[in-house]
Write a protein that binds this ligand. Sequence first.
Ligand code: HEC
Ligand code: HEC
Length: 208
Amino acid sequence: MKLRSTLAALGFGVIAACVTLSANADADPKRGEVLAYTCHGCHGVPGYKNAYPTYSVPKLGGQNAEYIISALNAYAAGERPHQTMHAQAATLSEQDRADIAAYFASTGVQPSSQVVGTPPPATQTCVACHGVDGAKTVMNEYPILAGQYADYLLQALKDYKSGKRKNPIMAGIVAGVEEKDFEALAQFFANQKGLCSTKDIRERGACQ
Ligand code: HEC
Ligand code: HEC
């Protein structure tokens, strides 16, 4: 009897796992493309800036789907503080977020792993998770940094350092990096081939 209920519990666990898996597999990039229309107004304008503080609205083209979903969840929950993005994310259902993320991820290019320029020494701490050129992450929950706007990356590093942006992993990382090295790190990853703005996607169909 005990064994049977244990098996039943296990069976339930397997079913639950399958449901989670198929929810991801069901993400519809075509529907995501339609939903992402409102996002282009800011993410599709190259060089479009957040007002205070001033930094570029990040590129989403080619970004990892799981990272986009986790960012949207964090904005919606208020864990990642940003008024505009909170308003945007809060109106999206779980399915909407998965579809939009699948759309942006589908526009990416294969990472070439060809490093552009000389990596500053501090990048040694980053490559284990973000990849040698920031284009191929070890996990999909980690963001691609390659090709992102340098001023956005710099702002993100400052926000982790000040605690405005809370993430236990990155908080630990920036604690061990000197602030004077932030600029070179941001510039290096921005120079690599990877992400693109949604304007590029609409004009060329994908990041190049
Ligand atoms: C009014 C302008 C605006 C609109 C519209 C907008 N965003 Fe954003 N988005 C921003 C800004 C500014 C940031 C950077 C906020 C920060 O520093 O955390 C951002 C950040 C993000 C991020 C985090 C990227 C990263 O690398 O961490 C994601 C994901 C995102 N937006 C998705 C979307 C989606 C999906 C939509 C459409 C449903 C959308 N945004 C609409 C301005 C906008
Ligand atoms: C142990 C894994 C790990 C290491 C090592 C690591 N990161 Fe990260 N990084 C992450 C994760 C996870 C996130 C997403 C955190 C979040 O949701 O805010 C992230 C986010 C970032 C972001 C924000 C990107 C965006 O789109 O908003 C930047 C910038 C960044 N990392 C730079 C670096 C730099 C520079 C280094 C090396 C000095 C580094 N990271 C080392 C795991 C890592």
